[in-house]
Design a protein around this ligand. Structure first.
Ligand code: C2E
Ligand code: CA
Ligand code: CA
Length: 738
């Protein structure tokens, strides 16, 4: 959860940083783009104003020079003039028609010949271009007006032909804007910029699209408004405003407005002073926006890529790595917490399996962390495949596995755990071309989730408790439903362990001796050595301590203390070596010779006859299955020692032991003897054991002979030896002459 939150914060920060960077870059780009545009538009205007200016000037010059010729020559004949005009018309792209009007009668001459005012239907001497020319010594250019016959926008360049001070007539040239436009093809679009020219009255003189020629910025008709579907205000705010406020007041500048097509444009304008015309170069605003957008989208695209990339990295570090163990590829405890806390309240009690690789520490020591990681990852792969469907598996920081079952069925969990234990047993891993077998420790328990406590802490303490049994539960999984009871037991264990260890340190472990009677002779010929722990003036039974000693691997040490002390005592009181000592040894020591060899050494050191030593072993399944155990027993038997099968009748397979274990005595378990007189079953069992033992040549011993009655019955049944409170309790000393 924490990871997710910081991930989201990081993502927001990344997005804010990148977005503000993008915004800054886009704005910057826009600004420099516009600057560049301004420069280009201005250059464009300059070029075009020169061009227009020169073109018009050329026409003016043509008109003027022809006028001068007429003046000097005192006019030509109308036929001659007509020829000249024909040539001019043909030569000039811009001039559509040149003509002369006689001031005397208003008659005219054009390229086709004479024209009378009657033909025209009006007296041209009343026209503005005519009047203007008469008032000037130079060529004059009219505003744009619509031609009377064609209704096309046109300008007229006129010049007064004089003879001295007297005006003979006016030479004029009509320039249809259409033609001028064609002539000035260069006005064509430059980088999507439109260049056009408007005159001081607000009329478009030149425009790349002919239909706009003559269109007025200053005046617009109702019809035109309707045609364009715009309102008067809209028009006023755009075309009229630019014309009225900018074009007529300044010599140059930049404007933003709606052009004659009513499309938003960004333009630069410049005056041609001689003509009172304004050249405008405009750029479609959408193109500026598009360019910015294109730039913006490309950088946002890269930003997006960057944020995805950074996001993945952040996710990996803040969420994924927090939720997944990099070595084992299982979830982490943190992730498990999320999952478990989502469960309904009633699922707070759960079944928990803790899995530990016993040899991980030594593998890390021998093969390095890399070796350890290899083992972990391979082991985890198998484990994951085995548990996947049954619950949630997580890895702790110390690389233990914690598995929480999906359901709370304890029996099923127990069954699953023992199957799993077998599947994980002796897991082979190839390390430095050696096969290493990894052993597992599994601990199953139920677990009450406590919301007030930190989840990880809680799991950790359960784990610690379970793992503290790692060295005492060796050949099977630890299965313990009630964690509190386990804890109680653990506490007891620790108390017992502490007591035992300090007793060992303080030399308070002592042997007691209990007589074993020969039933036929009625004499105490053997003594069983029983361990006691001296505490104050009390001697404690070893029973609970034996288990603890086995758990903490001190059983051998304990046995050898007791046995040595017993041997030394016997050596002291039994000078002639007449008494046999029967000594309990843990089944665990029968796996190797070392322990018993030490005892043999002691026996030999004290010069005790081997035949006077009996080892009491309890029959367990393991002991029976292991040929090694049988070899060990045979080995010491060959040295003259004797063996007794202890607690006979309760173990795995009594018949099997009798046939295979090369022992000398069978010690019938006290539970059958105790109630021999009152319990028929016990009576039959004991009877059967005695006859079986005889058949296999074993001597029989009965323990827990507590009464005379029992003793009498056993004698009748043919028992060889008896031991019990009836004969004598275990004591610190023994008197073998009894
Ligand atoms: P065990 O080998 O079956 O020993 C006999 C137990 O019965 C002894 O208990 C003994 O005091 C008790 N006992 C003797 N006669 C009677 C009787 O008439 N009635 C009843 N109710 N009990 C009687 P203890 O000394 O408490 O020993 C308990 C067990 O601890 C022994 O059972 C033996 O398995 C083990 N043990 C004792 N000393 C040693 C030792 O030095 N080494 C090892 N490895 N185990 C030992
Ligand atoms: Ca015994
Ligand atoms: Ca017993």
């Amino acid at each position: 959860m924490k990871g997710l939150r910081s991930f989201l914060i990081v993502i927001v920060v990344i997005i804010v940083v990148l977005a503000s960077r993008d915004y800054y870059l886009i704005e910057n780009y826009k600004e420099s783009y516009l600057q560049e545009l301004d420069k280009n538009l201005s250059e464009n205007n300059m070029e075009h104003s020169d061009l227009v200016d020169n073109t018009i000037k050329d026409i003016m010059l043509l008109v003027e020079s022809n006028g001068e010729v007429l003046s000097r020559k005192g006019l030509l004949s109308s036929a001659e003039m007509s020829d000249v005009f024909k040539i001019v018309n043909e030569k000039s792209d811009a001039i559509s028609s040149m003509y002369f009007i006689y001031d005397s009668d208003g008659n005219g001459v054009n390229s086709t010949g004479d024209v009378s005012p009657g033909d025209l239907g009006l007296d041209l001497r009343e026209k503005t271009w005519y009047l203007n020319a008469t008032e000037s010594n130079e060529t004059v250019v009219t505003e744009v007006y619509n031609d009377a016959t064609t209704d096309k926008p046109v300008i007229t360049v006129s010049y007064a032909v004089r003879d001295g001070g007297e005006i003979l007539g006016i030479l004029a040239a009509d320039v249809f804007l259409e033609n001028l436009n064609d002539h000035l093809e260069v006005l064509s679009k430059w980088r999507n910029a439109y260049t056009y020219v408007i005159d001081d009255m607000g009329s478009i003189v030149l425009y790349p699209d002919e239909e706009y020629l003559g269109f007025s910025f200053a005046r617009i008709t109702e019809e035109q408004l309707v045609e364009r579907g715009i309102t008067k205000e809209y028009y006023n705010e755009n075309l009229y405003r630019v014309w009225n406020e900018d074009f007529t007041k300044y010599n140059d500048g930049f404007v933003e407005y709606r052009n004659p097509r009513f499309i938003k444009v960004y333009g630069a304008f410049e005056r041609i002073p001689e003509l009172n015309w304004t050249v405008v170069s405009a750029y479609l605003y959408s193109d500026v926006e598009e360019a910015t957008w294109r730039y913006g989208s490309s950088i946002t695209f890269y930003s997006l890529l960057a944020s995805i990339f950074l996001g993945i990295i952040a996710y990996y570090f803040l969420v994924w790595s927090d939720s997944r163990d990099p070595v084992t590829q299982t979830m982490t405890i943190k992730k498990m917490e999320e999952i478990i806390k989502k469960r309904p309240k009633e699922a707070e009690k759960c079944i928990l399996l803790i899995i530990d690789l016993r040899d991980l520490v030594s593998i890390n020591d021998r093969f390095g962390i890399k070796g350890g990681d290899k083992v972990l990852s391979q082991y985890s792969k198998l484990l994951r495949s085995l548990v996947r469907k049954h619950g949630a598996l997580a890895t702790t920081k110390n690389k233990n596995f914690i598995f929480i079952f999906n359901d709370n069925n304890w029996e099923r969990a127990v069954e699953f755990t023992s199957v799993l234990y077998k599947k994980l047993a002796k897991f082979p891993v190839e390390l430095e071309s050696k096969t290493v077998f990894v052993e597992s420790f599994l601990g199953l328990t139920s677990f009450q989730l406590d919301h007030d406590k930190e989840f990880e802490q809680q799991l950790e303490s359960v784990k610690q408790l379970i793992l503290s049994f790692k060295n005492s539960v060796l050949e099977e999984p630890l299965i313990y439903y009630d964690l509190n009871k386990l804890m109680e037991e653990k506490k007891n264990d620790i108390i017992l362990k502490d007591k035992l260890f300090s007793a060992m340190e303080e030399d308070r472990i002592v042997p007691f001796f209990q007589p074993i009677y020969d039933i036929s002779s009625g004499k105490a010929v053997k003594f069983e050595v029983l361990m006691r722990i001296k505490e104050g003036d009390k001697f404690l039974s070893p029973f609970p301590f034996i288990q603890v000693a086995e758990k903490y691997n001190v059983i051998e040490a304990l046995d050898s203390i007791v046995i040595s002390k017993a041997l030394e005592y016997k050596n002291k009181v039994d000078e002639n070596d007449e008494v046999e000592l029967s000594m309990n040894i843990s089944g665990m020591v029968l796996n190797d010779y070392a322990f018993l060899d030490k005892i043999v050494e002691k026996v030999d050191e004290l010069n005790i006859r081997h035949s006077n030593i009996i080892f009491e072993i309890t029959e367990t399944q393991d002991a029976l299955e292991s040929t090694k155990t049988l070899d060990v027993i045979n080995y010491y038997k060959n040295l003259g020692f004797k063996f007794s099968i202890d607690d006979f009748g309760t173990g795995f397979s009594s018949l099997y032991s009798l046939k295979h274990i090369p022992a000398d005595y069978v010690k019938i378990d006290g539970s059958f003897i105790k109630d021999l007189v009152i319990n028929n079953e016990s009576y039959y069992v004991v009877g059967a054991i005695i006859s079986l033992a005889k058949a296999f040549n074993f001597k029989t011993v009965a323990e827990f002979v507590e009464t005379e009655e029992i003793n009498e019955l056993l004698k009748e049944m043919g028992i060889d030896y008896g031991q019990g409170y009836f004969f004598g309790k275990p004591e610190e000393h023994f008197n073998f002459h009894v």
